[in-house]
Design a protein around this ligand. Structure first.
Ligand SMILES: [Zn+2]
Length: 122
């Protein structure tokens, strides 16, 4: 085998090794992606079950005591979010009509859409 034949064989062996490694990495990436997809599906369903449970038991308060802290945290978070939405509207210079949910200028006394009285400037 002359020099160029040896060089060609070495090059082919290296190319096959790279091709094999590429296929292996591709298979691992594909499986990791499928695992992540299943994890997301499970998380989404856990979240859905939690929301369904909260909605079914919040008003009556008929949940097991071990859920009390989570229920309390969710309620406090909802109240804080409502405050932040008012702050956001104030920052944007608007107020939301309590009757039809239309956006109105903060200075408006009545809704431009349905005519309902607005709370006015906070
Ligand atoms: Zn309105």
């Amino acid at each position: 085998m002359d020099f160029f034949e040896k060089l060609g064989k070495t090059f082919n062996d290296a190319t096959e090794a790279i091709d094999s490694k590429t296929k292996e990495i591709s298979a691992v990436t594909k499986i990791n992606s499928q695992i992540a997809q299943q994890d997301r599906l499970q998380s989404d369903m856990y979240k859905k079950i939690g929301k369904m449970y909260f909605d079914a038991h919040d008003e009556a308060g008929d949940f097991e005591p071990e859920y009390a802290e989570a229920f309390d945290t969710i309620r406090k978070s909802m109240a804080k979010e409502a405050e932040l939405k008012i702050d956001l509207n104030t920052a944007k210079g608007i107020t939301i009509c309590p009757s039809c949910k239309a956006e109105n200028p903060l200075t408006a006394s009545f809704c431009g859409s349905c005519g309902a009285a607005l709370a006015g400037i906070l």
